[in-house]
Design a protein around this ligand. Structure first.
Ligand code: KG4
Ligand code: ZN
Length: 357
């Protein structure tokens, strides 16, 4: 039996320091041997968002023991590692450089190839960590920094169908939470508050609902919440605003996903229609059930990564590293950090005032 590749993955693009060892099973599917994630939630809580300098310092403090723990838990010895894969972008440059430099140094010390990985590609392929998944498929990536619909054609081959033109959905959940007095990251709390409220209480705007294809926009919704939140006096009103916000998000996602289905089908002639929903916001139960129902109506198979691989982790980075290792797609040791690194490099930049959609 030939030796299965063993890949060490490292992730430090934002506020999670993570390391993982991934190999493959007899059928060639990824097998996670260890997956260590250390969150910095406590550090950034009081600031209401991630403070890059503090995040980078924390990555520096933790990275060596997180990597050691990942290797120890995988029960392999260092000399058996075949390649080291680190996130090179997108993300906060001071954070990215910690995991990227560590990965390059580690690879050169053990004299094995180094592989630079796009963090978004990690999210995009994350369902492969626990299920067989064939290309092409439609992907909705909803995280703290990104909200996009992508047609996933192959490893490294993506076509963006739609993206947010302003805020990401996770960021909108977090900012809404902040306006309701909830500590960062408040996204998961909004879901709990919403379950106690009346979703019909507040009528909130749905920006670019009737135009812009499957592009998304959440800035106007956030501004409307800011105005209402100033007049809120009771706990029940808080619950009602959270519920109305979540209901509005569901309506936006429903409409835009239907458009994305049509665009995906125009792009790809396929028998088996697959819709993958990845990123931290994919943990939201209401969003999950909405998209599962929509998939049933439109003959799509819905796939969510397991909860442990929805948020930032290094198993998804090691897994992309494994795919690239098999194709001998190695990176040079002078590979730069890429704070902006879109999956579809040909897609136009759609952010900021004056954007025409
Ligand atoms: O993918 P992720 O862990 O990190 C990024 O790459 O951004 O996503 C984190 C985001 C945060 O904005 C967080 O509030 C949001 O995902 N999130 C949720 C839920 N769980 C996490 N948003 C809404 N409902 C949830 N249950
Ligand atoms: Zn992420």
């Amino acid at each position: 039996m030939s030796k299965k590749p063993l890949i060490l993955g490292i992730e430090s693009s934002c506020d999670e320091t993570a390391a993982s060892v991934v190999t493959q099973n007899e059928e060639g599917l990824p097998l996670v041997l260890s997956n260590i994630v250390s969150s910095q939630e406590e550090i950034h809580k009081k600031f209401g968002g991630v403070v890059p300098e503090l995040a980078a310092r924390s990555h520096i403090d933790k990275i060596d023991w997180i990597v050691k723990k990942a290797i120890d838990e995988s029960r392999i010895s260092i000399d058996k590692i075949d390649a080291v894969a680190s996130t090179a972008g997108p993300g906060l440059v001071v954070c990215l450089s910690v995991g990227l430099s560590f990965g390059k140094a580690f690879a050169s010390v053990i004299n094995k190839p180094f592989i630079a990985v796009n963090h978004l590609e990690g999210h995009a392929l994350s369902p492969k960590l626990n299920s067989k998944l064939d290309y092409p498929y439609l992907l909705l990536l909803i995280s703290g920094g990104h909200s996009q619909f992508l047609s996933v054609q192959n490893l490294g081959k993506y076509k963006r169908l739609g993206t947010t033109i302003d805020d990401a959905l996770g960021e909108t959940f977090d900012k809404t939470a902040k306006m309701l007095g909830i500590d960062f990251p408040g996204g998961p709390q909004i879901e709990i508050l919403a379950s106690k409220g009346n979703p019909k209480k507040y009528d909130l705007p749905k920006p670019i609902y009737n135009k812009g294809g499957c592009n998304l926009s959440f800035a106007g919704l956030k501004t409307a919440i800011l105005k209402i939140s100033k007049s809120i006096k009771t706990e029940q009103e808080k619950f009602d605003l959270a519920a109305s916000f979540q209901k509005t998000v569901l309506e936006i996602l429903k409409k835009k996903t239907k458009i994305a289905f049509e665009e995906f089908e125009k792009e790809n002639k396929i028998k088996e229609k697959i819709f993958v929903i990845a990123g931290g916001v994919a943990a939201n139960k209401k969003i999950r059930s909405l998209l599962i129902d929509l998939c049933k109506e439109h003959n799509y198979q819905s796939i969510f990564p397991p909860m442990e691989f929805c948020g930032d982790n290094a198993a998804m980075i090691a897994m992309v590293g494994l795919e690239k290792f098999k194709l001998k797609q190695f990176s040079n040791l002078d590979f730069p950090t890429k704070p902006r690194w879109p999956l579809d490099e040909n897609a136009s930049f759609l952010k900021g005032a004056g954007v025409k959609i």
